[in-house]
Design a binder for this molecule. Structure first.
Ligand code: EPU
Length: 421
């Protein structure tokens, strides 16, 4: 039975929400943990359906994964070198099993990964890294077949043409299991990379430079599974930050690392939203924001403004006074949500990787369909600021990435209802 979410335009939004562990971190930590031996525990995991797909992939590899609330326990030994498309096709992060299997066996057969359809998402940087470690890659019948010419690997110096998050993670896996040190240049600097490096170091690797453009990786003799706690989800926190700002509400976002969101905090503060933060809370008071300035924002690799918050910036821009420009240099085609916002009455000018919006504009509620995680959440945000009721289809995407979101909305005095049909 399909689920849909009904939400009416809200006023008087206030309250406190607690952010869960990071989706994008856990989706790299689980494959990372698979590299080790013994029993591993990941704490503060969000309860989201993308993890269900990961669990099935691990089962195919002969690993056991026990989920107990926000704790995940991984045990067992990888036996298979080949994955079927069934679950790999559900999530993008499944391409990290290329790195896992190559690190373990020097051989991998993994179908092309799925995940959000937010434009072309090639894997050439992953393949380039594999090639530098002496691994050949062949694509046949939808499968990526990789074979090492020499195994175990010798450490390498590799420069990435673009700081891809997933490619950096695969490089970390392979370099952590090589025989000599590696240096990887122009890597992703996202907090999720730092989180992964902390866990791999606990497991026995020696990675320095995480959070900077250059990683120095000394391999471990043997990687052992450990206990690790996931960082808070900066993108979930960012969703609430934009929600409270766009609806002119007032609230406290708890269990966050505000430093991970400095780009968003700065952009919104500069527009005229009152935002303060402590070590682990962001306090938003948008109730007095009347003449909010327009945005001029470009999504960039971290520490730039996150592409995963870009759709929310557009929703917020519709409430600003003047001409906003929202651009995405990471996923240049991530503007599919605009068609749905247009159905709510948004007038905007979209050219290739940017959209301009002359605000303020009044959106009106209607039937909407989300096709990926952040698009679906942007439509929910738009429904919350619009006049009248919206019905949002594609709500399974919300469950893929957001833990307990409806209850969190009610913590902010926002009443949304899930219906079945
Ligand atoms: N790219 C290439 N070649 C590659 C790899 C990437 O051209 O070999 C390009 C992509 O096409 C894209 C850009 O580089 O235009 C960034 O891709 P990246 O590899 O950094 O992204 P990812 O690892 O596939 C992760 C997140 C995404 C997030 C991006 C960018 C996970 C599971 N996914 O994807 O999150 O948008 O980094 O920050 O960690 C989301 O959470 O909604 C989401 C899509």
């Amino acid at each position: 039975m399909d689920k849909k979410l009904r939400v009416a335009g809200q006023s008087d939004v206030y309250g406190e929400v607690r952010v869960n562990g990071s989706k994008n971190s856990i989706l790299a930590l689980i494959p990372g943990m698979c590299l080790g031996e013994g029993s591993g525990i990941i704490k503060n995991s969000p309860v989201i359906s993308d993890i269900d797909a990961m669990r099935e992939i691990l089962r195919e590899l002969n690993l056991e994964i026990h989920v107990n609330g926000d704790e995940i326990n991984i045990v067992g030994e990888i036996k298979n070198r080949k994955l079927s498309p069934k679950y790999v096709s559900r999530i993008r992060a499944s391409n990290l099993f290329l790195g896992v299997l190559l690190s373990k066996f020097g051989k991998a057969e993994v179908p092309f990964s799925g995940g959000d359809r937010i434009g072309d998402r090639p894997l050439d940087i992953h393949f380039y890294i594999f090639n530098k470690f002496g691994i050949t890659t062949e694509v046949k019948d939808g499968y990526i077949n990789c074979q090492a010419s020499q195994f175990p690997y010798e450490g390498q110096k590799v420069y990435l043409r673009y700081p891809s998050v997933g490619a950096t993670e695969n490089a970390m896996f392979i370099a952590s299991t090589a025989t000599t040190p590696s240096t990887i240049y122009n890597v992703a600097m996202e907090p999720e990379i730092v989180d992964l490096s902390i866990m791999l170091n606990k497991m026995g690797a020696s990675i320095s430079g995480a959070g900077t453009p250059v990683l120095h990786i000394k391999p471990a003799e043997k990687l052992m599974r450990v206990e690790h706690e996931v960082i808070p989800d900066r993108l979930e926190a960012g969703t609430f930050l934009f929600l409270l700002s766009a609806v002119r509400g007032k609230g406290i976002i708890k269990n966050v690392v505000p430093e991970h969101l400095l780009s968003a905090i700065t952009i919104l503060s500069d527009a005229g939203i009152d935002i303060k933060y402590t070590d682990d809370e962001i306090i938003v008071d948008a109730t007095h924001a009347i003449n909010v300035s327009p945005l001029n924002v470009t999504a960039l690799p971290y520490p730039g403004f996150p592409t995963d918050l870009q759709p929310f910036a557009t929703v917020f821009a519709s409430t600003c006074n003047g001409q906003s420009i929202v651009m995405d240099s990471v996923h240049r085609e991530r503007f599919g949500y605009l068609n749905e916002l247009r159905r709510m009455g948004l007038i905007c000018d979209h050219k290739y990787d940017q959209v301009s919006i002359l605000g303020p504009q009044n959106l009106t509620g209607t039937d909407l369909t989300g096709l990926d995680i952040r698009m679906t959440m942007a439509l929910i945000l738009a429904g919350i600021i619009a006049k009248g009721e919206s019905t949002i289809y594609g709500i399974e995407h919300m469950y893929r990435g957001y833990d307990n979101f409806i209850n969190k909305l009610s913590d902010l005095n926002i009443h949304a209802k899930i219906d079945f049909e």
